[in-house]
Design a protein around this ligand. Sequence first.
Ligand code: HEC
Length: 269
Amino acid sequence: MRKLLAAAAVALAALSAPAFAEGPKVKLLDVKFSFEGPFGTYDYKAVQRGFQVYKEVCAACHSLSLVAYRNLRDIGLSEAAVKAIAAEVQIRDLNDAGEMAERPGRPADRFRAPFANEAAARAANNGAYPPDLSLMVKARLDGARYLYSLMLGYEDYAKLTDAQKKELKLAADFKLQPNMQFNKYFPGFQIAMVKPLNDGQIAYNEEATTAGIKNDLPQLAKDLTHFLAWASEPKMEERKRTGVKAVIFLLILSGLFYAVKRKVWADVH
Ligand code: HEC
């Protein structure tokens, strides 16, 4: 019986392990997020700062098509703020005469994509396509840590020492292609995205500054990751709470069943 159970456990583990064709080759940076673990929650101030980073930097190239402006209410922005953010963009839509026209965004609109379509996006990025970021944290193995590491992983390839190259196990015939950047954490080590974040690039508001939040690269990357983690799973906290409730329920139920079993079998023993 024990053997059977062990075999079943192994089979289950094998089945549930995600099958990724290619994982990152280099160990990702060690960074802790408040949303990790079975009881982890989002830090909504960090999510708000991360939204600012996305809006001011990444939104120039990457869409976030599964998020609507009204969803920003859930990260603690006021209705007026959400309306103002939506109204900043022009959305292409049918007007009253049935013609395509631009109008100011509304809270119900999805985030406006920076390019009309994939061809336009590629044309503007040397043929490379900046993917939608809505589910990026879920789409990559250890997504939050990967995204954070990717932001910090740029190196000047010309300045890499032989020891560093050896540590990365760079192929002897590795060549950085034109228009490509060297990034330690991107599979294949070269990415078509120019280093998007740098120290001090974003001016955080007074609330953040007085709370002692810096705007160096690690902090910007961490906040941005927090925001994209929220975007990829806005209902995470609800899911975890339901899980905890279910486990408590099952524990109580097990106790009840055990008591019933003892009662029913009391005369047999
Ligand atoms: C100037 C345009 C541009 C900006 C700004 C930009 N990116 Fe990119 N990004 C790209 C392009 C192009 C690619 C595709 C790279 C490739 O395929 O080699 C890419 C790819 C990515 C990927 C995919 C990596 C993978 O594993 O496939 C992520 C994640 C990403 N960008 C995140 C960001 C974040 C976060 C920001 C903002 C801090 C940002 N990008 C800003 C152009 C941009």
